[in-house]
Design a protein around this ligand. Structure first.
Ligand code: SAM
Length: 234
């Protein structure tokens, strides 16, 4: 097996160690020594966009928030699905991840940061969510291993009751919250319902052409009528 070559290293605001490494052709982002993601398997990151954007992609000027840039696969799938009038905000906690995507990692997903529809928000997605009110048509969250967070201790707050309430508030009526997870999580599903979402659970495979580990996408639909305002296409 090829040796692991460390290409970059930084710390998240809570002090977690973040590394970019390469083994042969494979790029890996490690959080506290554990693989957060690898370029070898990224089908479920793309599925997050395909599932979460099923309504937004029918709009002329959809507004979408992606939480977690990673290697840009969810962002690439989003760009490929959405029209020219789309506005896509990507909230990324770690500035170096953005730099890695502008450089070494850029070619993996076809340099998605060069697309004019993209605006980077280099901060905690929880802050972006709390600042938005009935603004986004879809929110795609993949900031960690799923609702059982591990790369940044503060991430539990993205997936808890307050985090889900903020996501619900940030969405327009009829909008969709899509959450990537490495595994099933019944308690999280219940919390989504408690926050006011109608919940669907999709099982996807980690590799594009099927195969690889099983991952889960939680879809939370915000009802059209929650604010009393009919959902209008814009
Ligand atoms: C698993 S990766 C995302 C993978 C991405 N879906 C893709 O397609 O490549 C998680 C990303 O979320 C970022 N992140 C972690 N916590 C965050 C937070 N609270 N807010 C925003 N980004 C966060 C990490 O730095 C990392 O880039």
């Amino acid at each position: 097996m090829n040796p692991l070559e460390v290409l970059g290293e930084t710390r998240t605001p809570d002090g977690s160690d973040f590394k970019l490494a390469r083994r042969g052709n494979e790029y890996i982002i490690l959080a506290n020594g554990k693989t957060l993601m690898s370029s070898r398997m990224h089908g479920s990151e793309e599925a997050l966009a395909t599932s979460g954007l099923r309504e937004a992609r029918t709009l002329r000027q959809p507004r979408v928030l992606i939480g977690g840039l990673g290697m840009g696969y969810t962002l690439r799938a989003t760009l490929d699905l959405l029209p020219r009038g789309a506005e896509i905000v990507v909230a990324e906690l770690v500035g170096e991840v953005v730099e890695w995507n502008r450089g070494l990692l850029g070619s993996l997903a076809g340099y998605p940061l060069k697309d004019r529809r993209v605006r980077m928000d280099v901060r905690d997605v929880a802050i972006t969510l709390r600042a938005a009110h009935a603004h986004f048509d879809a929110v795609l969250l993949d900031v960690d291993n799923g609702p059982s967070a591990f790369s940044d201790t503060a991430n539990a707050g993205v997936y808890d009751d307050r985090g889900l309430a903020a996501a619900h508030e940030a969405l327009r009526p009829g909008g969709i919250l899509a959450v990537w997870s490495a595994r099933e999580d019944r308690k999280f599903e219940q919390r989504m319902r408690y926050a006011g979402f109608r919940v669907e659970v999709e099982h996807v495979r980690a590799r594009l052409k099927k195969g690889g580990p099983h991952h889960v996408i939680f879809l939370g639909h915000k009802p059209d009528s929650s604010s009393g305002i009919p959902y209008t296409k814009h």
